[in-house]
Design a protein. Structure first.
Length: 184
């Protein structure tokens, strides 16, 4: 049975009535239940959002979303990247519903239980549907893989710098800034 966005919304309402809060996506008419992220992956996502937000907001370049922001794709899937960005000219105002567009930037962060192949396929799907840049962060290998339409992926290590000039001109960070600090 192929489910729709309306079916998913009804299911979310029922789960909320039962005091259950799951993050779910709709992929090819099937519900995908997303488990919570491990703490390290969550911290990496929060840090990336902070670093991007410090650049994006004062320049009014667009909007940054966390893993709860849902996007209805042209193929009718409802997907939620760990971190995403939509330029200001594509989303002038936030709305109280899922956005019916493909983000310009999508970021997936590997949690302890994730399979890298599944995350890679998700990033590649976003690119196929219109995202400009996709990023896959692997805390296990301390790497960041950057995907761009019609280009080979580029793997960056801790000493490398991440730039996304097509969306954030002048912004750059060292990959090592993403990894959680060790307090001793």
């Amino acid at each position: 049975m192929n489910l729709t966005i309306k079916d998913l919304e009804r299911l979310q309402e029922k789960l909320q009535e039962d005091n259950r809060d799951y993050q779910i996506e709709l992929q090819e008419g099937n519900i995908v239940v997303m488990g919570p992220s491990d703490i390290e992956s969550s911290e990496i996502g929060a840090e990336l959002i902070r670093l991007l937000g410090n650049w994006v907001k004062p320049r009014r370049l667009g909007r940054i979303f966390d893993s709860s922001g849902g996007f209805i794709m042209p193929n009718t899937d409802l997907r939620a990247p760990d971190v995403s960005f939509v330029s200001a000219d594509r989303l002038r105002r936030s709305q109280r519903s899922f956005a019916e567009l493909v983000p310009d930037l999508v970021v997936e962060i590997k949690s302890q239980s994730d399979r890298i192949r599944v995350l890679k396929e998700k990033v590649e799907l976003f690119l196929t549907l219109g995202a400009l840049v996709g990023i896959l962060i692997d805390p296990d290998k301390l790497t960041v893989t950057v995907y761009r339409q019609n280009n080979e992926p580029v793997v960056l290590a801790s000493a490398d710098k991440l730039t996304i000039a097509e969306l954030f001109p002048g912004w750059e960070i060292e990959i090592s800034e993403l990894w959680p600090p060790v307090f001793e």
